[in-house]
Design a protein around this ligand. Structure first.
Ligand code: 8YV
Length: 325
């Protein structure tokens, strides 16, 4: 029996052809909603899913009676009910490592643009308002030599910190349940309690996964704890932040500036005040969005699904206990 795979995000022609050699493939790359009739029709027959960014719920899983494996084209998997998948014996795979450096580049892009007000000042030229030398009212802040506080020091967090330490001579602080002695040795990272890091850092960069423990990790109290003039950078998930509290802090000056690649709700609502705020750099979740990296992520997902549906160990399983079942 040829197993069926539903692919609901774009993959390359070569990747699609490779899948079709061994599987029957429903290719629906423009699926915008789990309510899409074509998606639901294909889901009813699917043994494998490949895609990202859709909220997979237990109710939706009830409509996938043959589902064995989900290969997410993402490193984050907060949009999947992992415990429920495990209970049902459905394997989830993700795409770590292949996106680490690109996402860290995005983090540092936001650090530089936010601290130096690059987007705001570039707009001066675009609007024909560069009429005189930039005065102190438009100065940014230095990044080199400053203190970078990493909230989350996994693969992506460490890559951001490495850029800061080795590229910009920054002092690195980090919060993490367990110490990272190898990073302390490599670039002098120092572990701090959360509140202490907020008080010491000139730039706070968040890279933690979204979980029950990290949801709304940042709110009014945390922003008030940060140094005057400090920048807040979020390349994790929007829901790690109380967005209303952040908007208020940005508006009343409690929070000096923010560089954001993720938001509580995405796409960001047209009436959100964030894009209009001069002390905010807002990007449309481009963390891993380069040609090279998205191709590599899709390849990892294709490799994962092929291995898993053949009964072999995939490269990057999330709920490994399913493999032992
Ligand atoms: C992707 C991401 O943009 O991998 C993740 O967790 O957030 C990004 O790399 C997103 O998941 C869509 O693929």
């Amino acid at each position: 029996m040829t197993k069926r795979i539903l692919v609901f995000r774009q993959i390359s022609d070569e990747q699609l052809s490779a899948l079709k050699q061994d599987f029957s493939v429903d290719y629906l790359p423009d699926t915008a909603s789990v309510e899409d009739p074509a998606f639901l029709d294909a889901l009813a027959h699917a043994h494998g899913l490949v895609g990202s960014s859709l909220a997979i719920t237990p109710a939706l899983l009830d409509r996938a009676p043959h589902l064995e494996t989900i290969a997410s084209i993402s490193v984050g998997y907060d949009n999947y009910p992992v415990d429920e998948l495990t209970r049902r014996g459905i394997l989830l795979c993700n795409t770590p490592d292949v996106l680490t450096e690109t996402t860290a580049d995005t983090g540092f892009l936001l650090i530089m643009c936010t601290a130096r007000r690059a987007i705001e000042l570039a707009q001066l030229i675009k609007e024909g308002n560069w009429t005189e030398s930039i005065g102190s009212d438009l100065y940014g802040s230095d990044v080199h030599g400053k203190t970078l506080g990493m909230v989350g020091m996994g693969r992506i967090g460490a890559a951001v910190a490495r850029r800061g330490a080795l590229g910009f001579g920054m002092k690195i602080l980090y919060t993490k349940a367990s110490p990272k002695p190898e990073l302390e040795r490599e670039f002098g990272a120092k572990r701090r309690e959360f509140d202490q890091l907020l008080a010491e850092a000139d730039i706070v960069c968040v890279t933690v996964p979204l979980s029950a423990e990290t949801e709304k990790l940042f709110g009014a109290r945390e922003f008030a704890q940060m140094k005057p003039g400090a920048c807040f950078i979020n390349i994790a998930r929007g829901k790690v932040v109380d967005e209303a509290a952040m908007i208020e802090a940005l508006g009343d000056g409690t929070l000096h500036a923010a560089g954001l690649d993720v938001f509580e709700h995405e796409p960001l609502a047209a009436d959100s005040p964030l894009p209009q705020m001069n002390n905010v750099v807002a990007l449309p979740h481009i963390g891993s969005a380069t040609h090279e990296t998205r191709t590599a992520m899709a390849q990892r997902a294709v490799d994962n699904i092929r291995l898993a549906l053949r009964g072999e160990r995939p490269i990057s399983p999330v709920n490994e206990e399913v493999l032992k079942g």
